[in-house]
Write a protein that binds this ligand. Structure first.
Ligand code: EPU
Length: 296
């Protein structure tokens, strides 16, 4: 496929053969054929229709904080929504928020405007779109609890809105129409005050700082927590902290994190994942399931 055609179809920025390691918090990943930054919804629709017509796949990337891109890279188009989906509109206690915005920037906005509800998401280096798609959260709470409505572009480029009761949410996943793209989400917040909001943010952030390797290259928790026990606990009890394959290592701080110690390859991480799964299965007879998405 000649991706140069894209330049003739859209005015927005297109980058070819883009190194995905620049766009993931793991700082791992091969080359994507094309990487686009649509500037409006008409451009986004053109990209989607082009992909459909040419049978090319597309992948929407947020902040790349919950994915592992393979060393072979991504065949097709990677779409960033940061130039197109950045609405931030507060109407009473409802916030309409664009998918391309970073969670922490949205938190700063709600703090400044004295609204509470998002504090538990502090420290997650993702975008709103990624957080909605993955139903991000902590042990006790997920973002789905405060969602009122999701606005999508479907695979034909039509804009549709789905009220909460039309969406099925799972543990770290949100079920949406095939190939649809989350544009904006309406969230329900509560009026509060800066002192209270700050207290909550500090509580959640301090907990994460104590237990998670936030300043290392990683993709957050690698595995979902099985019903029986926390994945981090199981991997730790299997004695796997510090286990290394290439430059990929089971974090010494939190066993459900794999950290890129230097120049890790996706292959190293994938081998380490298999190693962990085998050990945990053998010791506890529990099958660990991936939380992070493998792309490519
Ligand atoms: N534990 C260990 N060793 C470890 C890690 C944890 O023994 O290396 C034990 C802890 O002592 C604790 C239990 O396991 O008793 C649970 O640990 P923690 O409180 O750290 O919670 P978690 O279940 O490991 C979940 C989410 C995190 C989220 C935290 C915040 C999942 C898979 N993980 O972690 O989410 O930040 O709660 O409370 O749901 C993510 O989704 O990427 C993520 C990091």
């Amino acid at each position: 496929m000649n991706f140069n055609v894209l330049k003739e179809i859209i005015k927005s920025e297109v980058r070819f053969n883009e190194q995905m390691k620049k766009y993931t918090t793991f700082q791992i990943g091969g080359i994507a054929d094309a990487f686009v930054f649509p500037e409006d919804l008409i451009e986004l629709k053109k990209i989607i229709l082009f992909s459909k017509k040419e049978s090319i796949s597309y992948f929407v990337i947020g902040n790349g904080s919950n994915i592992l891109v393979k060393d072979e890279g991504i065949r097709g188009i990677v779409i960033s929504l940061k130039k197109v989906c950045n609405k931030l509109e507060l109407n009473n206690n409802e916030l309409i928020v664009g998918s391309g915005l970073k969670l922490n920037d949205v938190l700063t906005f709600t703090y400044k405007n004295n609204f509470s509800g998002l504090e538990f998401l502090i420290g997650i280096p993702g975008t709103i779109g990624g957080a909605i798609k993955m139903n991000a959260g902590i042990r006790e709470k997920s973002i789905s609890e405060i969602i009122k409505e999701i606005y999508l572009m479907d695979e034909n480029g039509n804009i549709i809105s789905l009220p909460k009761d039309k969406v099925c949410f799972g543990y770290r996943q949100t079920f949406l129409p095939y190939n649809s793209i989350i544009l904006e989400t309406k969230l329900e917040l509560q009026p509060s005050n800066k002192k209270e909001i700050k207290k909550k943010m500090e509580f959640f952030l301090n907990k994460k700082k104590e237990t998670q390797p936030l300043n290392k290259k990683s993709a957050g928790c690698v595995f979902k927590n099985p019903i029986e026990e926390s994945a981090g606990y199981l991997i730790d009890k299997a004695g796997l902290k510090g286990t290394k394959i290439g430059d990929a290592m089971v974090s010494l701080q939190h066993a459900n994190f794999i950290v890129n110690e230097n120049q890790a390859k996706a292959k190293d991480v994938l081998e380490l994942i298999e190693f962990i799964k085998t050990k945990v299965k053998k010791q506890f007879n529990i099958n660990l399931e991936l939380e992070i998405k493998i792309i490519g």
